[in-house]
Design a protein around this ligand. Structure first.
Ligand code: UDP
Ligand code: MG
Length: 314
């Protein structure tokens, strides 16, 4: 009998956890041919999430949990889940039911009968999301598509079912700055995309502020393309050419018309403008340097405080 481990990152989700469990129990009923195991990752919640997990684990031995020493972020939670999960197939699912468990039987059917190593999902609509957030999300994916060779799909969720081999390869990417949507694409293999309409949260509220998403998107760009560095270099060349042309213009004008002293406001503008461009480029450089710095520290991606999984810890 195949075993599917479902990784569920949770951060302050005490209301959503029981609802999620009921939904997944129903899905398990529809899939008698597999053993579904739920692996909750408590990402340093400050509410009763861990209590809820423990309660469920007492009742049902298919419920496992890993609890962090503090909030490490969803990316770290997914990585922890992947390293603790031992199923033949592994799925990642949000606890708020925005990743419908009802898709799981279909995903399992595809991965076992067709030649795919992973079945992923993408939202084709963003109903119920603030329009400004959707707008920037779409811009981000359009930009990534142009800048990066790695396939990063618009509307892609972290919700996907993967084979053991796929997971093992993912685990080899032990980088500290994680952007899973890119990592999934980077490892390659054959991925089938299922599409579905956006579902609104079952309970609780979103943990992602606009600011958090913005930082996350920078993580994505810096992690998967070095194009901004090239852009900085091109900007430099561009301004050298502009400066050279301006120089020619000024020399010719001075020779023809003399040199009345004027134009300090335009000079100030130019200096400020170039100063801005330079700071911007140093900022880009700094961003890459900062990421490199964090990677070289080799800090662990997460710290597990307690778990009910009796296995050699990874
Ligand atoms: N999450 C997490 N750690 C965090 C933030 C979020 O584990 O620091 C989990 C959260 O509990 C949920 C999933 O990541 O299961 C997706 O979060 P959310 O639903 O808030 O994001 P949205 O669906 O609004 O993008
Ligand atoms: Mg959600």
């Amino acid at each position: 009998m195949d075993k599917i481990s479902i990784i569920v990152p949770c951060y302050n989700e005490q209301e959503a956890i029981p609802i999620f469990y009921d939904a997944i129990a129903k899905t398990a009923g529809e899939m008698p041919q597999v053993r579904l195991e739920v692996l909750f990752v408590n990402d340093g919640s400050r509410d009763a999430s861990l209590m809820e997990m423990k309660k469920l684990a007492e009742r049902d031995d298919r419920v496992k949990y890993v609890s962090f020493s503090r909030n490490f972020g969803k990316e770290a939670a997914m990585y922890a889940g992947l390293s603790y999960a031992d199923g033949d197939y592994v799925a990642i699912m949000d606890v708020d039911l925005q990743d419908p468990p009802s898709l799981l039987p279909e995903m399992y059917r595809i991965i076992t009968t067709e030649d795919y190593d992973s079945v992923a999902t993408r939202r084709v609509t963003r109903n119920g999301e603030p329009p400004i957030r959707s707008f920037f999300a779409r811009r981000f994916y359009a930009l990534m598509h142009r800048l990066s060779k790695t396939d990063i799909v618009d509307g892609a969720r972290d919700y996907r079912l993967m084979t053991r081999q796929f997971v093992d390869e993912l685990l080899r990417l032990g980088e500290y700055n994680r952007f899973s949507k890119g990592l999934f694409g980077w490892v390659g293999f054959n991925t089938k995309w299922l599409e579905y309409e956006n579902v609104e949260r079952s309970a609780g509220e979103t943990k992602w502020s606009f600011w958090k998403l913005l930082i996350y998107s920078i993580e994505g760009i810096v992690g998967f393309t070095t194009a901004p560095l090239v852009m900085a270099a091109f900007l430099g060349v561009f301004f050298c050419i502009v400066a050279f042309l301006a120089l020619c213009f000024i020399i010719i004008r001075t020779v023809l018309y003399g040199d009345p002293v004027s134009g300090w406001p335009s000079m100030t503008c130019i200096i400020i403008f170039l100063g801005g461009i330079q700071l911007f480029c140093i900022g880009i450089l700094g961003e890459y340097l900062a990421k490199t710095y964090m990677e070289t520290k080799h800090r662990p991606i997460f710290i597990c405080k307690e778990t009910n999984i009796e296995r050699n810890q990874k």
